[in-house]
Design a protein around this ligand. Structure first.
Ligand code: AMP
Length: 210
């Protein structure tokens, strides 16, 4: 099954992608993770992407389209994949379609802007192992040292309040129209994303008919 997860930043695409990956036995591909890794390793791609990412803007289409094409050509994608964070613009959705990739279903995880602001501004992450924390639902230790690996727990630059607002604006203006793209093709499902992780997973699996 070739699946696209849609939804605002912080809607829970990454969390659900990890759960679905186990259930469906297909890989998750997150352009955000691929780009963050490139930034960390200071590759040419990372250096080009960093400024856009830190300010909450989208990385240019041509860059992410070539990343995704290269990744989807790998062997582990031949039985299907879950896209998390791609496509994020209509030209990206068109490029995917034009490259011959058939998407079976696009699932939007619907979460209000208010809930997104509360989620993202409380989000923390270990700089070393990537373990996620949240000041309300999964508070980091007082010394901000990750109990799993000893790394420092920080706020991602793009989770700072001003950047969250700009990411939401980018989402509404550039990414939300993709819902219409998949709706026209009879492939869109919308599930509620504010009822807890397990209920959201259940709703997604129902929408997929598995
Ligand atoms: P994410 O972890 O999915 O929220 O992605 C983090 C950042 O990476 C975004 O705010 C963008 O700057 C960049 N990014 C990730 N995926 C894409 C994409 N498909 N198109 C453009 N920029 C992207």
């Amino acid at each position: 099954m070739n699946l696209v997860l849609l939804g605002a930043p912080g809607a829970g695409k990454g969390t659900q992608a990890e759960i679905l990956k186990e259930k469906l036995a297909i890989p998750t591909i997150s352009t955000g993770n691929i780009l963050r890794e490139a930034v960390k390793n200071e590759t040419k791609l990372g250096l080009e992407a960093k400024g856009y990412m830190d300010s909450g803007k989208l990385v240019p289409d041509a860059l992410v389209i070539s990343i995704i094409k290269e990744r989807l050509a790998k062997d582990d994608c031949k039985n299907g994949f879950i896209l998390d964070g791609f496509p994020r613009t209509i030209p990206q959705a068109e490029a995917l379609e034009e490259s011959g990739v058939v998407i079976d279903r696009a699932v939007e995880i619907a979460v209000s802007d208010e809930a997104i602001l509360a989620r993202l501004s409380g989000r923390r992450v270990c700089i070393k192992c990537g373990a996620p924390y949240h000041i309300v639902s999964c508070p980091p230790p007082a010394d901000n040292i990750c109990p799993k690996c000893g790394g420092e727990i920080i706020t991602r630059k793009d989770d700072l309040p001003e950047t969250i607002k700009s990411r939401l604006e980018v989402y509404h203006s550039q990414t939300e129209p993709i819902k219409g793209f998949y709706e026209e093709r009879g492939k869109l499902s919308v599930v509620p994303g504010e009822g807890g992780i397990e209920n959201t997973s259940r709703a997604i699996l129902e929408a997929l008919g598995v």
